[in-house]
Ligand binder design. Structure first.
Ligand SMILES: [Ca+2]
Length: 201
């Protein structure tokens, strides 16, 4: 696990008053699940659900807390990438993700597989909805989806979902003036983002 500067998503999945699950996202583009339901921490388990980073244009960082939306057949993990410490950086391709965690109980596991062997999900397991964000459904066999942001665009806030609409803050680099003097940050540089999506609960 790389550094985790973001808050953790700590959940009580079965609503019994005790936390039982943690989601964490790190600076290497990984998403983790940790099951903490057992009274003995020695029995806690962690799972690297997804590896969505890399090098060069794929050097995505997660600096925000994921949102998790509970469902009957999967829990949706929502998070966007973006390095807010380098707002002018424009070589990394940032994305907003929805990953399906199909282990909806108190015992987790990896959710992708090859030839029957469970493994960490990668981007190829997800549907690219960038060119068609208004499609009605993602096939049940898919593990989630992603939206590619514009050049230099970054997600800089926690995702929050209310009644099927996910919102998050994002930025685009301010325009550069001639001579490379940056335009000061202004309200136009940070925008909220509403992402409506449907699912069966
Ligand atoms: Ca619980």
């Amino acid at each position: 696990m790389a550094s985790v500067p973001a808050d953790l998503a700590v959940l009580d999945r079965d609503d019994d008053g005790n936390f039982d699950r943690i989601y964490a996202a790190d600076t290497k583009g990984n998403i983790w699940r940790v099951d903490i339901n057992d009274i003995d921490p020695a029995n806690w388990q962690s799972f690297k659900l997804a590896a969505l980073g890399g090098s060069g244009a794929d050097a995505r960082k997660f600096l925000n807390k994921p949102d998790v939306v509970f469902g009957a057949d999967y829990d949706a993990v929502l998070i966007g990438s973006g390095d807010r410490e380098h707002p002018f950086e424009n070589t990394v391709t940032n994305r907003f993700y929805m990953l399906k965690d199909t282990h909806v109980g108190l015992t987790g596991g990896l959710v992708c597989a090859t030839s029957g062997t469970d493994r960490t999900c990668v981007e190829n397991d997800l549907v690219d909805v960038t060119g068609n964000p208004y499609q009605n459904a993602v096939a049940s066999v898919e593990k989630g989806w992603y939206l590619t942001l514009a050049a230099g665009e970054k997600v800089v806030g926690n995702a929050i979902t209310v009644f099927g609409t996910t919102s998050s803050a994002r930025t685009v680099p301010p325009r550069l003036k001639r001579g490379c003097a940056a335009v000061p940050w202004g309200s136009e540089a940070v925008r909220s983002w509403l992402l409506g999506w449907n699912r069966d609960l």
